[in-house]
Write a new protein. Structure first.
Length: 254
């Protein structure tokens, strides 16, 4: 669900991973365009955004694609899909043991390898259609353990390095319960020069420190986020109320 203002975009969206077998891209955005959209023209005409050929033989890696901000500014509804851990659990990988959270402690280098592989898979599947690939970071145990701002930002920077290397389309700081930590994440992601989205798992009452949704949104925008919103922490109606307050806060600040 989107509530769009001229200055920024508010949304309720969830991101995750990739299921290549079932053609689901969950760290990317998927978009269905109307048949009369100007982007439905083939690349052979020289002005296309995406080709309508089923296998896209004519497009190749050079095909042009509108970014997340261009799509939202055009009034399009952009849908994200996902749940990386849930996808693993459904297939039994977490229970079976090939990948568990404990692996990040005993083999920290695997985190980088998994993120790189996820980016590669997402890009491969996204290129089959008109999708965008997002690199996401989320709240950290370090923040809750009262680590310093520099320590927390260093964690985000490690993840950003992978996303920069893989040239994702945009970045998202998501599922933050404290707006302060989300601000730190946005500040780090913004150094990439790519569009940045930020979402909080808050309701109409605000974050865990009692910061109102409107103030949360304003702080995220000031930190550098071009898209702000909420995650799937509450039911849809509650999320809509939170998004309305975020939108109102930003419009008032303007």
């Amino acid at each position: 669900m989107f509530a769009v203002s001229p200055a920024m975009h508010c949304f309720n969206l969830d991101f995750g991973s990739v299921d290549k077998q079932h053609r689901s891209v969950t760290i990317s955005l998927k978009l269905d365009r109307p048949s009369n959209d100007r982007a439905s023209r083939c690349c052979a005409e020289g002005q296309y955004t995406h080709c309508t050929h089923p296998k896209r033989e004519c497009c190749g890696p050079e095909r042009r694609q509108e970014g997340i901000l261009e799509r939202l500014n055009a009034g399009e509804v952009v849908v994200g899909d996902g749940g990386f851990v849930f996808a693993l659990e459904k297939r039994g990988y977490v229970k079976a043991g090939p990948w568990t959270p404990e692996a990040t402690v005993t083999h920290p280098e695997l985190g980088v390898q998994v993120n790189e592989a996820a980016c590669d898979l997402a890009r491969e599947v996204a290129n089959e259609g008109d999708a965008l690939v997002a690199g996401g970071v989320c709240q950290t145990p370090s923040y809750l353990s009262c680590k310093s701002e520099s320590d927390v930002k260093a964690i985000f920077k490690k993840q950003l390095d992978v996303f920069t290397k893989k040239n994702v389309d945009f970045l998202i700081a998501e599922y933050f319960e404290h707006v302060e930590e989300a601000e730190w994440a946005v500040q780090v992601l913004k150094t990439s020069g790519k569009p940045v989205a930020a979402s909080l798992c808050i309701g109409p009452e605000g974050d865990m420190h009692g910061v109102s949704p409107g103030e949360c949104a304003v702080r995220l925008v000031k930190a550098g986020a071009q898209i702000v919103g909420v995650n799937c922490h509450f039911d849809p109606l509650t999320c809509v109320e939170a998004v309305k307050k975020m939108k109102a806060g930003v419009e008032k600040a303007d």
